[in-house]
Design a protein around this ligand. Structure first.
Ligand SMILES: Nc1ncnc2c1ncn2[C@@H]1O[C@H](COP(=O)(O)OP(=O)(O)OP(=O)(O)O)[C@@H](O)[C@H]1O
Length: 260
């Protein structure tokens, strides 16, 4: 499997603040990564670099087969699915769910004069069905619950069949039922053989879906540990990452953690 992401000695400095320091990280096409770390660790900054939405201050970044700084971003971006709350705030609240998903075909957030083809419409309808949203396709995005909106964000991000899928805290602010429903769908998606490489940022080990294979732990802009999830997700590594003693439990592919 070729790399879909390759970061070498990446650093990010913004307004004089060192946000990422000497990050070395590769993601292969058959891997599903979770990125964990405390508030301010640099997780979103890392994801934005992977999405080619942000450039590093130092080091080199390859996303799919292109080197940031050289690659044509308009060609690259449709190949990378990205979902975050910040992006969801750009969807017009009075746009239908179908249009929020459909407009991913043109990488725009609201429907205007784009000419969509039947294949785009069929794909949007298929994706809505896969994420259990077909009954909501004509509802206005702004009228949905948080849980439904999160599913729409993900449905939109997979609409173009991306080769790399980046999810920034997809389960944040969901109630227990909505979180579990989302994690079940994400776990099913991540476990399918044809799934793209996935990188998901979260604060909580409870939000790691089944089927995720690798973990990267980040603290103060530096990598604490990265690699296969079974080796990296340990109480010791979480203690170093979050700065307090933690007891980690794993059962049937799901994790729980508490201060010990
Ligand atoms: N443009 C900027 N200028 C200065 N500092 C910034 C800028 N963008 C981010 N930062 C700082 O960089 C640090 C990392 O931010 P980032 O959003 O990547 O962290 P995070 O791990 O995603 O945090 P959270 O879990 O709270 O969302 C934070 O301290 C943030 O204040």
């Amino acid at each position: 499997m070729p790399n879909v992401l390759d970061l070498q000695n990446v650093s990010v400095i913004r307004d004089g603040n060192q946000i990422l320091t000497d990050v070395n990280w590769t993601v292969d096409g058959d891997q599903r990564w979770v990125v964990l770390g405390p508030n301010g660790a640099g997780k979103t900054t890392l994801l934005q670099i992977a999405a080619a939405m942000n450039h590093p201050s130092g080091g080199t970044v390859h996303v799919l087969d292109g080197k940031l700084g050289e690659v044509d971003l308009f060609e690259l971006r449709p190949r990378v699915g990205f979902a975050s709350s910040a992006m969801a705030r750009r969807f017009p609240g009075n746009e239908t769910v179908l249009n929020v998903v459909l407009t991913a075909a043109y990488s725009v957030t609201g429907r205007w004069n784009e000419a969509y083809e039947d294949i785009d419409l069929r794909r949007a309808q298929r994706v809505l069905g896969e994420w259990k949203l077909d009954h909501l396709s004509e509802r206005l995005f702004g009228s949905l619950s948080d849980g439904e909106q999160k599913r729409v964000q993900i449905a939109r991000s997979v609409m173009t069949d991306p080769e790399l899928l980046l999810l920034d805290e997809p389960a944040a602010s969901l109630d227990l039922g909505a979180r579990e429903e989302l994690l079940q769908l994400l776990g099913g998606y991540a476990s399918a053989p044809e799934a793209p490489a996935i990188v998901m940022v979260t604060h909580h080990v409870e939000e790691i879906p089944r089927g995720f294979t690798h973990a990267l732990l980040l603290n103060q802009g530096g990598i604490v540990a990265s690699g296969p999830i079974g080796e990296v997700l340990t109480s010791e590594n979480l203690e170093t990452t979050f700065g307090l003693p933690i007891t980690l439990n794993e059962e049937d592919g799901r994790y729980t953690a508490r201060a010990s």
